[in-house]
Design a protein around this ligand. Structure first.
Ligand code: DGJ
Length: 742
């Protein structure tokens, strides 16, 4: 395991526990991607670069270097010198000429993994303290390959890191101007992969507000295809993820090559099939609206891309991503802790609440085992609807009589912790802040700015604005005993202009915004290390690995309907550990889709995530209140398993149009929990067989719900018989416990 440079063959071997990634240096200058996949362990693989075939390498065919450039599998392709596929790097010089070509210069292999200044990044050791910005930690290795464009005097450092316990290869790139003149980076993507087309599909996560991360699979065809975001956030609509997989592959079989972006702003994720049937996958910051001014001596760091290869289908890919994020990305002390069962007042009251109402919710909630009250939007300024007051983070004393601290202490006296909502990146046109500082909103002078949800976006490229927004949040948190923050963000970025940036820097604004956001979140978790932070963006509009670096959980979607959630949570769990998925039981008919589902089903679906409630507990029936106590008890029982276990997708109602099933198995295989939701009942059906996964073959497991005992092999190969239930939207859970020692 590790990274080796084979001097004779001039190839780099990057090894993870189950995969290898090979890069070669051709003609002493060009970095080419040789191979990525199952281990081959043989440096002779360099022949795969086809340098003995036409058009040959430039030293043997100077007259047609162009054909070489257009077919060679560059590790980090550049724009303007003969490679006409999607590039990773495009540079304009001070005179306006664009063109760049990189030549290998040197490399270094070392233990550990450096952090990326100001950006979220994976780290080697899973402890928060070890995740310093420049700290190198044990448990992994890094390869830095330095390339240069001697004409521009630009140095490019390509970084590849691997971990002892995971199959990820994490990449990033740093561009340094070592010349004497300013340069303009027109495009800096983070990673590129070259594959041969072997009958692949490509996989993305797509959707909309309240319909996030639906899995989408399409055949790879000639030309460019993929997803992107230009909304300033990773977005509800597309996800910064792309995978290429065997057309016949499934959860257990087939090759999958995936890329996932550790970034929360604009992105491009693309696969391109070219004239030679080779595939180029790229990922990085979207070049549209991006230009970075690189002063002499300055550097630019492109965010990380996680590359993941699985030879055992999507299931193994999901395990790898889940483990990577739990062990090497999420820093929160809550990662391995049971999160308090919360009740959030949003769907209970919307803006219409006061101290008394919140206390009454807390009082009733306590009776049923709920542990934290979260006060959502509407507690500040004059905010009785979404038309005003963002930016005025001052307690509304008409609603919260006695003030915030009084409310918090009352809620605590009822026996609950207290959490609060903020939307720190925004300003309402109707706010004191806007009246004082309209220049702090993103805008293009002279052009009427576009409102979204009656609000503007703050210009987080400005340290003064970042500081104001941060201090507004921190001041409230310092004023009372607050255990949890829901950090919301409810509109995309438009009119992306800053009144405080010189013209030539306006192209930096999208990225500077994200850096400002990261700075605020870093300050928050540093000043309040015990705070449980949940990120949110109108539901799941910024559910991405970047945000997980700061918060251990993210609100998955504003759609809390149990059936809609099945597809949203299936897509989310393709990449993210269940412990990160904010999921609540809400009232029916559901406020988004109007559907009524059994309370039990709502509970089972929310138990696949962080778990909580989003309803007026004082107004639901006594029977439903009683069900809450049972659900909370179940939550405490299965929490460690759901939080720490291996997730398996057993069936998808998206595909079978009938039922959904997933499973979590303890890492030591001592127990497993299967959840089944019969979405639509079918006539004249017998029981349905589900193959349980991940058990120890020869161990005995008892199914708690029936007392039936069988070997792991029996449950996995023979299967579990799920009876046909009467009615739609019916769910059950099946808990298997290993009973070998009995
Ligand atoms: C969007 C969030 O996703 C909701 O949960 C809620 O907090 C509202 N914003 C409040 O405005």
């Amino acid at each position: 395991m590790g990274i080796i440079f084979h001097e004779e063959e001039q190839v780099f071997q990057i090894e993870t526990p189950n995969t290898e990634y090979w890069i070669g240096i051709v003609d002493g200058a060009y970095l080419g991607h040789i191979y990525y996949g199952k281990k081959i362990g043989d440096a002779h693989c360099v022949y795969l670069l086809r340098t003995e075939e036409r058009p040959f390498v430039p030293s043997k065919n100077r007259r047609d270097k162009c054909s070489f450039a257009d077919s060679f599998p560059f590790e980090y392709p550049t724009w303007g010198t003969g490679d006409f596929r999607e590039s990773c790097l495009s540079i304009r010089n001070a005179k306006g000429y664009r063109g760049c070509e990189l030549f290998y210069e040197s490399h270094e292999i070392f233990d550990g993994k450096p952090g990326l200044k100001g950006l979220p990044a994976t780290f080697c050791k899973s402890d928060r303290a070890g995740a310093g910005e420049s700290g190198l930690n044990a448990g992994g290795q890094t390869l830095e390959i330095t390339c240069r464009d001697p004409f521009l005097n630009v140095k490019v450092v390509l970084r590849y890191s691997v971990f002892d316990d995971n199959d990820a290869v994490v990449r990033s790139a740093e561009i340094v101007n070592e010349g004497a003149k300013e340069l303009y980076l027109e495009k800096v993507l983070s990673a590129c992969l070259t594959l041969e087309d072997e009958d692949y599909d490509y996989l993305t996560l797509n959707g909309s507000w309240a319909r996030e991360r639906h899995i989408e699979k399409s055949p790879v065809s000639y030309g460019k295809q993929g997803v992107d975001s230009g909304r300033g956030i990773s977005s509800h609509q597309e996800h910064p993820f792309i995978a290429v997989m065997d057309r016949k592959g499934d959860q257990d079989r087939g090759a999958v090559y995936a890329m996932h972006f550790v970034y929360s702003g604009n992105f491009l994720a693309q696969v391109e099939k070219n004239q030679f049937d080779s595939l180029r996958m790229v990922m990085g910051i979207h070049p549209e609206g991006f230009t970075w001014v690189l002063a002499p001596g300055a550097s630019f760091t492109a965010p990380e891309v996680v590359c993941m290869y699985s030879s055992e289908g999507l299931g193994k890919m999901s395990h790898n991503f889940h483990d990577l994020y739990r062990s090497h990305l999420i820093r929160s002390p809550y990662l391995h802790q049971e999160r308090p069962v919360l009740i959030n007042n949003w769907e209970a009251t919307y803006f219409d609440f006061d101290t008394e109402k919140l206390i009454s919710i807390a009082r009733e909630a306590k009776k049923h085992g709920i542990e934290m009250l979260v006060m959502d939007d509407g507690w500040f300024g004059q905010r009785d609807n979404d038309q005003c007051s963002l930016g005025d983070w001052v307690v509304n004393s008409r609603k919260l009589k006695g003030g915030l601290n009084y409310l918090v202490e009352q809620v605590k006296a009822e026996g609950l912790k207290f959490g609060i909502w903020f939307e720190p990146e925004m300003v309402s046109p109707n706010s004191e802040l806007y009246r004082l500082h309209s220049d702090w909103a993103l805008q293009i002078p002279g052009r009427p700015a576009t409102q979204g949800r009656a609000q503007y976006v703050l210009d987080l490229s400005q340290p003064e604005v970042v500081d104001y927004a941060y201090q507004s949040v921190a001041k409230i948190l310092r004023s009372a005993d607050i255990s949890y923050v829901k950090w919301d963000m409810n509109r995309p970025l438009t009119d992306v202009g800053s009144l405080h940036l010189e013209g030539k820097y306006q192209g930096e604004l999208f990225h500077r915004y994200v850096l400002g956001l990261y700075e605020m979140q870093e300050r928050l978790i540093t000043e309040f290390p015990d705070l449980l932070l949940e990120n949110c963006a109108s539901g799941g509009g910024r559910f991405d690995p970047g945000m997980l670096y700061y918060s251990p959980q993210i609100w998955c979607s504003d759609d809390t309907d149990a059936i809609e959630r099945l597809t949203i949570q299936e897509g989310t769990a393709l990449l993210y550990p269940l412990s990160t998925m904010g999921a609540h039981v809400s009232d029916c008919p559901n406020h988004i889709v109007g559907r009524t589902t059994p309370f039990a089903t709502r509970g089972h679906v929310a138990l696949a995530g962080t778990f909580g409630y989003e309803l007026d507990i004082t107004r639901i029936s006594a029977a439903q209140q009683a069900e809450i106590s049972g659900q909370v008890a179940l939550y405490h029982k299965i929490q460690p398993l759901v939080r720490e276990g291996d997730y398996y997708r057993l069936a998808s109602w998206r595909e079978n149009h009938h039922y959904d099933a997933w499973e979590v198995v303890a890492k030591d295989k001592s127990e497993a929990l299967v959840t089944v939701v019969q979405v639509v009942a079918q006539a004249a059906m017998r029981s349905r067989r589900i193959h349980v996964k991940g058990l120890a073959e020869d161990s005995q497991y008892r199914l708690e719900e029936t007392g039936q005992v069988g070997t792991g092999k029996l449950w996995m190969e023979g299967g579990l018989l799920i009876p046909r239930y009467e009615g739609d939207f019916i769910s059950r859970i099946y808990h298997f416990v290993r009973v070998d020692e009995e």
